[in-house]
Each structure stands twice: as C-alpha cells, then as structure tokens.
Design a protein around this ligand. Structure first.
Ligand SMILES: Nc1ncnc2c1ncn2[C@@H]1O[C@H](COP(=O)(O)OP(=O)(O)O)[C@@H](O)[C@H]1O
Ligand SMILES: [Mg+2]
Length: 258
C-alpha cells in the first residue's frame, strides 16, 4: 500500500475571492492544533509567502520547478515558517503558465512520495485564478476542494463554471475527489444580496454544502500586510474567531469523509 497524505485544494477561478486568505489562515489553525501542515502556493503571485513572512531568495526551489524537471523532489523546496508545525513550498514569481505543459499528474506524483506522507499530516494547496493545467494538477492530486466565494451576483457564474470543471475532474481523472464546501467570504449578514447569492448557491448545488461565512473584517487584510495569520495578528478579532470556527468545521468534515 502506498502511503498518502490528505490534500485540501482551495480554489475559485476569480482573483480576490479569498483563496490566499483562507489557505494561509486555515493552514495556521490546523498547525496550531498540532497537525504538521504543508502549504503549497501554486499561484505565481506568491502571496502565501507574504502572508506568512517567508522570504523567498532568488534561485530558491519553488513548487513551479515540478513542471520543469521530472526528478525534482518537493522536499527540496520546503521552507520553515515561524510556526513550528507549518511549512511552505513557495511559488516562483517568474513562472509562466504555458510552461506547465499538458501533463496534469506532476503534482500528484510529487506528493505521492513516501517522504511527504511521513513528514506531513495535511497538505493545503492555494491555487491561481485560472482554469488551466496548474489547476488540473492541483485537482488531480486533491482529496478535497474548498471553494471560497464572494456572495455577489457576478461571482455566481464563475462558481458554476468551476463546479462543471470539478465534476469533470471527478468523473475523468480523480474519482476520490470530494467537494468539502462552499465558503462565503466578506459576508455582511444585513445585505440582502449576499443572502440571495448564498441561497442561489445552495439551490444550485443543493447536495453540496454552504459553510458558515467569513465575515468582513479589516483585520484580515491588515494581518496579511503584517505577514501573519490573523490568529497571531489579532487573536480577538472577528476574523480570528471565524477562522477558528471554520477550522473546527473542516476538521470534522474531513474526518467524517474518510
Ligand atoms: N473576510 C474578509 N474581510 C476583509 N478583507 C478580506 C476578507 N477576506 C479577504 N480579504 C481581503 O481581500 C483581498 C483578496 O483576498 P485574497 O485572499 O488575496 O484573494 P485571492 O487569493 O482569491 O486572490 C485581500 O486584500 C484580503 O486581505
Ligand atoms: Mg491568492
């Protein structure tokens, strides 16, 4: 039997949908609960490193090297963070998407190494805002997908397109993939429009789960600018409270879906 590590992919094809905020903050929550977490930043904007205060040196190995060389080991690209149980494989800010080729199993093969499964309890992958081979690599390796979205009329069509891609991947490439949930971001419960979109998402994907949202909180943006997850930057904030609660919910869902 090959050892395997569970992989949670955070995705939405739109930029600004909260992917990086969610990835960094849930990675920090899980790490604080004692899990050994590996966060992988597939988005060449490299925001995960900023959110964790990790400096990426020129020439340093990154996740994008996996698309260039078949004997590249992911472990060569792992950086420590200030949280002892949280590790980061950063992105290459100069990576061009067309260099990802057309093989959608690079990442899966890299993550299947026994050394990854023995060193980490959970892998979280933050994705670029695109529906290309980078995303297919993430989805082909994934155990679960989490979809943050801003409850706004313009985001609904994007979520629908993404769900079509997810169903395709499940039927053609990765039958074990499960959609863990849809996560409304920057919610303000008194805005009727937000509620309507969430109702639409629930109606459309009835069998699927709409999670309790992450409320609008400027502390989340400030924490990112201060290079820290919100639990360290503003532990008493709404953002910190929402992420702690989200992590508890996700852990329960992941455990019960095994
Ligand atoms: N709940 C929230 N309240 C306030 N600002 C938020 C919240 N979630 C995310 N943001 C901010 O919104 C912007 C986009 O979020 P980000 O996570 O970078 O999206 P993506 O990775 O999908 O492009 C960032 O400036 C982030 O700090
Ligand atoms: Mg991002």
């Amino acid at each position: 039997m090959t050892l395997s590590v569970p992989i949670l992919v955070v995705t939405n094809r739109k930029g600004g949908a909260g992917k990086t905020t969610v990835s960094v903050n849930i990675a920090a929550e899980f790490a604080a609960s004692g899990k050994r977490v590996l966060l992988i930043d597939l988005d060449s904007q490299g925001h995960c490193a900023m959110g964790l205060g990790v400096k990426v040196k020129p020439g340093q190995a990154t996740i994008h090297d996996i698309f260039a060389s078949s004997d590249f080991s992911l472990l060569d690209a792992v950086s420590e963070t200030f949280i002892p149980t949280l590790f980061l494989i950063p992105a290459d800010a100069t990576f061009q998407h067309h260099k990802s080729g057309d093989d959608n199993q690079y990442l899966l093969r890299g993550l299947e190494q026994e050394s990854i499964a023995t060193q980490f309890d959970l892998v979280i992958i933050d994705t670029p805002p695109s529906l290309d081979n980078l995303l297919l690599n993430a989805l082909s390796a994934a155990t679960w997908v989490l979809v943050p979205y801003i409850p706004h009329p313009l985001s609904f069509e994007g979520v629908r397109q993404l769900v079509r891609v997810l169903f395709n991947v499940i039927s053609e490439k990765n039958p074990k993939l499960k959609i863990l949930g849809f996560l409304p971001i920057m919610t303000t419960t008194n805005v009727r429009q937000h509620r309507n979109i969430t109702e639409q998402v629930t109606k459309q994907f009835g069998a699927l789960r709409v999670l309790n949202g992450i409320r609008m909180d400027i502390k989340l943006a400030e924490a990112f600018a201060a290079n820290k997850p919100v639990r360290f930057y503003a532990p008493k904030s709404r953002g910190a409270e929402d992420f702690a609660q989200l992590a508890t919910t996700l852990l329960e869902l992941m455990e019960s879906s095994d």
